[in-house]
Design a protein around this ligand. Structure first.
Ligand SMILES: Nc1ncnc2c1ncn2[C@@H]1O[C@H](COP(=O)(O)OP(=O)(O)OP(=O)(O)O)[C@@H](O)[C@H]1O
Ligand SMILES: [Mg+2]
Length: 517
């Protein structure tokens, strides 16, 4: 064959192999297609890709051209066994000119009844010095049909493409598995049994949740701060057919008013100075899933009509574009203030109010479901004891006192209080005197340390024992970090580069005031 023709054929084959390798998410199908190209374009008889199974450390055929299923099943090797095993072990290619005369050739697949005259090329599939497979090819070298060096060069390129593709594919599978695991944990976390409480008021709300979870109806969640609106929004999503698609929360109170439109609906390239790329909005990100519009009462008047249109027509336009985009999005909105009052005062459009209010779910404050308080308290004691390695429990009188308290911050306040009690309290049983109801929480001012030693290191020049100085510095850093992180322990620990458990230990050790008494 003419050298130029042959070279062109090689190049075309390599290109074709690289195309088929990424043509689908099916590893075996793509590898088979690659082997087929080698066979048809470059006259290679049989072609196999073997990969090392990291679990049982066997080398197995994953794709083969010119072999029956039974022959494929027989193609299993250990590292070091036969030519395939040796190539995996050494990472070096091997060429057997005539397998009929090679005693090391095992022919495990029994696919070659006549071995004489068949050459065998075996190339490592490797990336960054790690060999995790081999590519093998049978070849009958007739006159004018290429030579070994040409074949080896082409096969090396193909093997390196296979290596990269396989590595990517493994990575993809791993990420997919992790996503699946995370998703099933979310499904479990945001399920009705995980919503704590047995009061009639909560049951009433959960009955509505159960009814509408499976539908696409717009839901309006109403309730004071900390009553579980976001928790219910996620439960609605993860218990719906949309659970596999994204849950996208937007807090309208947290966004500057002039950015809300772009944030919700996206921006067309060139819509305004600085819009150098097209950016998707949250409606697009939530496509197929659920958009949670938190603090809906904060939606500026001008955008209320735009939202109304999306809810009615299920379509919108990006800022700076006239192209209409369909929105298959379920909307769940929440507010802790009376939207109806806002309507009466002319701050909220009445038509949007009624459109959002299709199914309102009211989450009752804790003081209207006092029987849930001990259940929630016990739940959080269990959770934080486990997190901080402690075993603090509430006494009956403390539970009774908690049940009487007003809880303006509802479940969030209860959870925070229990977390602090678990860390702070010395005795294993919480008494009513340990509860800080009459006082303020977490005063950011730096209270004097209980041991009267003062809170910071002494000024330069004084002779303080080193250990004491280190401790004083440690205390100061912890107090500062606590104050900067609004006494949220997880964040404080992260800011200090220690674990929450280590932080809790130091707070106890230094008797740092978390609560002003
Ligand atoms: N019934 C419940 N069972 C278990 N945990 C709950 C329950 N209700 C609320 N919580 C927890 O209380 C905390 C506050 O709830 P969430 O953030 O959903 O409140 P919210 O109504 O959105 O508050 P805000 O209006 O302040 O945003 C969360 O950690 C949530 O998981
Ligand atoms: Mg919330």
């Amino acid at each position: 064959m003419n050298t130029l023709v042959r070279k062109n054929q090689e190049l075309a084959s390599i290109l074709e192999v690289s195309r088929v390798l990424t043509s689908s998410f099916d590893l075996e199908k793509n590898l088979y297609a690659a082997m087929e190209i080698l066979a048809t374009n470059l006259e290679m008889q049989r072609g196999c890709v073997f990969l090392l199974d990291p679990v049982d450390v066997r080398i197995r055929i994953v794709a083969a051209y010119g072999l029956s299923r039974a022959e494929i099943r027989r193609g299993k090797y250990r590292i070091g066994e036969g030519i395939v095993g040796k190539v995996i072990e050494s990472g070096q290619s091997m060429f057997v000119p005539n397998i009929g005369e090679a005693p090391g050739f095992l022919n495990k697949t029994h696919c070659r009844p006549r071995k004489n005259g068949i050459s065998f090329l075996c190339i490592p599939v490797a990336l960054e010095k790690e060999t995790f497979g081999v590519l093998t090819v049978d070849r009958i070298y007739a006159e004018e049909q290429g030579n070994v060096d040409d074949d080896l060069r082409v096969l090396h390129i193909v093997a390196s493409l296979i290596a990269q593709f396989t590595k990517l594919w493994n990575h993809f599978r791993k990420t997919e598995r992790e996503c699946g695991d995370l998703r099933s944990r979310l499904l479990e976390r945001y399920s009705l049994p995980n919503i704590i409480g047995d009061s009639p008021a909560l049951h009433h709300a959960l009955k509505s949740v159960r009814k509408v979870a499976g539908t696409d109806t717009t839901v309006l969640l109403l309730g004071e701060s900390g009553t579980g609106k976001e928790l219910i929004a996620k439960t609605l999503h993860y218990q719906s057919q949309r659970a596999q698609q994204p849950f996208v929360p937007v807090n309208l109170a947290a966004l500057p008013e002039n950015l809300i439109e772009a944030e919700l609906f996206g921006v067309e390239k060139g819509a305004f100075t600085g819009a150098s790329v097209r950016r998707a909005g949250r409606f697009e990100t939530a496509e197929g899933g659920t958009l949670f519009l938190d603090e809906i009462g904060e939606l500026p008047h001008g955008l209320q009509v735009k939202l109304l249109r999306v809810l009615q027509e299920r379509s919108f336009e990006r800022v700076g574009s006239s192209e209409t985009i369909g929105a298959d999005v379920r909307v769940v909105a929440a507010t802790n203030r009376s939207l109806f009052e806002a309507v009466k005062q002319g701050n909220f459009r009445e038509d949007l109010y009624w459109r959002l209010n299709v199914v309102p779910i009211v989450l009752p404050p804790l003081r209207e479901r006092r029987s849930d308080i001990p259940l929630l308290a016990r739940h959080y004691f269990k959770e934080f004891n486990a997190a901080y390695g402690r075993s603090v429990r509430p006494g009956d009188r403390a539970l009774a006192r908690m049940s009487e308290y007003r809880w303006p911050g509802n479940v969030r306040e209860l959870a925070n209080m229990v977390e602090r009690l678990v860390i702070m309290t010395e005795s294993p049983v919480i008494g009513p005197e340990d509860l800080p109801f009459d006082s303020h929480w977490a005063d950011p001012a730096d209270p004097p340390a209980a041991d009267g030693r003062g809170s910071g290191p002494e000024p330069d020049g004084t002779t303080m024992p080193l250990e004491q100085e280190v401790e004083a510095l440690e205390q100061k850093r912890i107090k500062q970090a606590l104050s900067e992180n609004r006494y949220v322990l997880q964040n404080t620990a992260m800011a200090l580069g220690i674990t929450p458990r280590q932080l809790a230990y130091r707070i106890r050790k230094y008797k740092i005031h978390m609560i002003k008494v």
